[in-house]
Design a protein around this ligand. Structure first.
Ligand code: FA5
Length: 323
């Protein structure tokens, strides 16, 4: 009986030391298997004195039960069924989204103008004709109002065709001095080609104060060009016409494209027309201002060497992930 107790102690010690599924199975074969230690002990019954055999048999049964249930316990809380985790294996890269190149361009532009003291504001994309045309000194019969050039909803509302609408929204509510920048979508039924889309983005700037001159306009645009395209960038203003500015100009910026310096048209600008100031109740004898509207897609295309505006809106991830 003393020997059985020693056997039991040894067996349980070995079971506790079995660290994985293979070791557990080896233990089972060694102790409970058909040629295992327990079987060997059973065979010793013939060497036991006849009067002790009953006690030895009971002792053997108890030992067998103890070892079997100890093994079953280990099986239950033993190894999980799943393959062990190999932390050294290369992982699968997470597919995180990224911001659109136009969103990033707008943020960068607002950042540059913000540092020049322009406060970012927004205005609605769904507009009325007063904000899109009338208050901007665009008369009823002006060709810019043609249905073929605008998205009218038929109830007096329209999708704004330019962010200059925000000039009126701000000046209606805010007495000068005013220095704002407004970024957003605009809509025109233009035929899609490499440089035109029917929905695109503009960044509008407006500065109204005492003694604002065209020199302030040009220096603001030049400072923007330097911050955005580098110190070597230049700005050129070509005389043009917008009903809401006088004088008016197209803004070109000279930038390096594939190693070559080129002039690129980025938007329109000018001194706020006195009629616009009068419309919003501001005295043009006391206040003057400048405004500009820059095409964001054209700027992003130039900055990143994108040849076709349509690629921006095809949602091809391979293209969008480049930026
Ligand atoms: C205007 O929209 C004026 N509101 C700009 C302005 C603001 C002038 C303040 C004076 C004072 P224009 O129609 O030229 O101007 O458009 C400005 C810029 O928008 C263009 O130079 C171009 O960069 C961009 N643009 C115009 N049409 C499209 C189009 N279909 N697709 C992509 N970009 C366009």
């Amino acid at each position: 009986m003393v020997e059985l107790q020693t056997e039991q102690d040894q067996a349980l010690e070995a079971l506790a030391a079995a660290g994985d599924a293979d070791a557990l199975e080896a233990w089972r074969i060694a102790w409970l298997g058909s040629k295992g230690r327990l079987k060997g002990l059973m065979g010793k019954i013939k060497d036991v004195a006849p009067e002790d055999r009953a006690a030895f048999g009971q002792g053997m049964n108890a030992l067998k039960t103890t070892l079997e249930s100890a093994w079953a316990d280990r099986q239950q809380d033993g190894e999980p069924d799943v393959a062990p985790l190999d932390v050294t294996e290369p992982g699968t890269a997470a597919q995180a989204g990224c911001r659109h190149v136009i969103t990033k361009t707008i943020e960068d532009m607002l950042d540059v103008f913000g540092r020049m003291g322009f406060t970012p504001v927004t205005g609605p994309e769904l507009e009325d004709e007063r904000h899109n045309f009338t208050a901007l000194n665009i008369p009823d019969a002006h060709p810019a109002r043609e249905p073929i050039d605008n998205f009218y909803l038929g109830d007096g509302r329209m999708l704004r065709s330019q962010t200059s609408t925000v000039q009126i929204r701000v000046l209606d509510d805010t007495p000068p001095p005013v220095r704002i920048v407004a970024a957003g979508r605009v809509y025109r039924p233009d035929t899609h080609d490499a440089t035109h889309y029917s929905m695109f983005h503009q960044v509008e700037g407006l500065y109204v104060d005492r003694n604002v001159t065209i020199v302030d306009l040009k220096s603001t645009l030049l400072a923007f060009a330097h911050a955005f395209f580098g110190e070597e960038a230049e700005v050129r203003m070509r005389p043009s016409f917008f009903p809401f500015t006088e004088p008016s100009a197209e803004v070109d910026m000279k930038m390096k494209i594939k190693g070559q310096w080129q002039w690129v048209e980025l938007g329109g600008c000018g001194m706020v027309d006195p009629n616009v100031l009068r419309e919003v109740g501001i005295d043009p004898e006391e206040w003057t201002g400048f405004a500009f509207g820059l095409g964001v897609e054209r700027i992003a295309m130039r900055k990143h060497g994108i040849a076709d505006i349509r690629w921006l809106y095809e949602n091809d991830e391979r293209f969008l992930r480049r930026f």
